[in-house]
Design a protein around this ligand. Structure first.
Ligand SMILES: Nc1ncnc2c1ncn2[C@@H]1O[C@H](COP(=O)(O)OP(=O)(O)OP(=O)(O)O)[C@@H](O)[C@H]1O
Ligand SMILES: [Mg+2]
Length: 178
């Protein structure tokens, strides 16, 4: 049984930037160490807890507030809580920081032209074709973090490099021994 405590790693960034990829890799590391881990993925939560919500500013805020609430409960009970969530609004992320005692904001950054080429879910293609009209970064706003704990440049770093810099940061903060 580990004596380490819970915390929240909050991955913010544009669609396709690498939030889910990194959360899943970090989950594997902590699971292998015997820690309790949960991923609160924005996409998954939209299929359940937030299935009544759309993509207006108000709904995006409500969706994010629900995630904050759950992340707070999990992390204060010792769970390593990984939150890959676009979370486009600065004010909502500030609220997460205020509510959650051990909060680490990771800005997963990538230039738009690279994201349009990457397009893992085909969303940019749809937005550019006019089939959707609310894609964050192209049509809806994304407010970049001003002073996140970490910035990951997924355009220039490999997934391995990004994962190891996140783990080093957590170690330096005393949030893990691994
Ligand atoms: N350093 C890196 N970190 C994370 N992902 C990377 C990195 N370099 C390249 N990638 C690639 O970028 C893509 C990111 O897709 P992913 O689904 O993780 O994005 P996302 O931020 O979760 O998007 P969405 O908001 O739409 O869910 C993957 O194909 C991944 O392999
Ligand atoms: Mg994702």
């Amino acid at each position: 049984m580990s004596s380490e405590k819970g915390f929240v790693l909050w991955f913010t960034g544009l669609p396709g930037a690498g939030k889910t990829t990194l959360a899943e890799r970090i989950k594997t590391i902590f699971t292998e160490k015997g820690m309790k881990v949960e991923i609160l993925d924005g996409d998954e939560i939209r299929k359940g807890l937030s299935r009544d919500l759309g993509f207006s500013k108000e709904d995006r805020e409500k969706h994010n507030e629900r995630v904050i609430f759950v992340a707070k409960l999990l992390s204060r009970n010792g769970v390593v809580t990984l939150v890959p969530l676009i979370s486009p609004y600065r004010e909502v992320r500030a609220e997460a920081r205020k509510e959650i005692s051990d909060f680490v904001e990771v800005y997963v950054r990538c230039p738009l032209d690279v994201l349009i080429k990457r397009d893992p879910k085909g969303l940019y293609k749809k937005a550019l074709a006019g089939e959707i009209n609310n894609l964050t970064g192209l049509q809806d706003p994304y407010e970049e973090p001003i002073s996140p704990e970490m910035i990951i440049d997924s355009n220039t770093e490999t997934v391995e490099e990004s994962v190891s810099s996140i783990m080093s940061y957590l170690k330096s903060r005393g949030l893990t021994n691994h």
